[in-house]
Ligand binder design. Structure first.
Ligand SMILES: [Zn+2]
Ligand SMILES: [Zn+2]
Length: 288
């Protein structure tokens, strides 16, 4: 079994209202560690730490950081990005193998000098900056949110050490290992999965990243605001595929980061199942 970390931060909105309650059945597993932004150090739980401001400036301009401070959501944004940074550190230290990070604000629409779509800081980019300081050089980011990961692309545009494969509204490929794969508005689970198998897995295998970050947005699910026609069960099939790829090419080092998605039931249905897949619980094939 893999040792999986869950990094949880609280959010005023609707979509995570069932959490952390919906994680029941996972938190008592010996290979699952739970890091909580508020209730750490109780019952063997760990604290989730806010990201250090010093690290923020490695991914974002000072102007941008100052403007987030004026929104009133700064502290919450620090915890959102902090979960991803802490997950990357715990994996590096060998305390966990992979992680699922809840965010209140994040992740992929936060660029070096801009933010939108409720993404204030780019947790993946800040974590990559931290890991680079520790000598890690190659990273893959896979983005299955319905929308283009413009912030992530902006930060790593000319950094060929970061493979960014983004499933969105356009096709794109350039010499800096930046790839977009167009997902039509009406697609099937099978079509999407076959694009994933063609576009991501061979690229990632050849690229040999040391970490994989997965921007897990569920807003492409049927009925969501970025509806592409996929079912909610699709996300577990995707999780299986991405996890298997990480196990094969980068010692299982995988960090799933919650991105877009608004409905409470899809969050409550998919997230615990994805975590079970990461932790190799419940008989993975049955879930998928
Ligand atoms: Zn989105
Ligand atoms: Zn894209």
């Amino acid at each position: 079994m893999k040792r999986t970390g869950i990094f949880f931060t609280y959010f005023q909105g609707e979509r995570l209202k069932d959490f952390p309650g919906a994680l029941e059945g996972l938190l008592d597993k010996p290979n699952v560690s739970y890091y909580d932004a508020v209730y750490g150090s109780r019952d063997g739980l760990f604290y989730l730490e806010p990201v250090a401001e010093r690290l923020l400036s490695k991914a974002h301009s000072q102007n941008m950081i100052e403007s987030v401070k004026r929104t009133g959501d700064y502290e919450s944004a620090l915890y959102s990005a902090g979960g991803t940074v802490q997950a990357a550190e715990e994996i590096l230290r060998g305390d966990i193998d992979n992680a699922f990070v809840f965010t209140s604000f994040g992740d992929h629409h936060a660029g070096r000098n801009f933010y939108h779509g409720m993404c204030y800081f780019n947790g993946a980019a800040v974590a990559i900056a931290m890991l680079k300081e520790k000598g890690i050089k190659r990273f893959a980011i896979i983005d299955t949110d319905s929308h283009h990961g413009d912030g992530t692309r902006d930060i790593f545009r000319r950094d060929s050490g970061v493979l960014h494969v983004c499933f969105c509204h356009q096709d794109h490929s350039d010499p800096y290992n930046k790839i977009d794969v167009q997902i039509p508005n009406r697609t099937t689970d099978e079509e999407y999965l076959s694009k994933m198998k063609q576009a991501f897995i061979p690229k990632a295998t050849a690229f040999k990243p040391e970490y994989i970050f997965w921007e897990y947005g569920y807003d492409a699910t049927r009925g969501e605001y970025g509806d592409k026609g996929i079912s909610r069960d699709f996300h577990m099939r995707l999780a299986e595929l991405i996890k298997t790829t990480a196990d094969e090419i980068c010692k299982g080092r995988l960090i799933a980061i919650l991105c877009g998605g608004s409905t409470r039931d899809v969050a409550a249905y998919t997230i615990p199942r994805i975590i079970a897949i990461l932790a190799e619980l419940n008989g993975r094939s049955q879930i998928a």
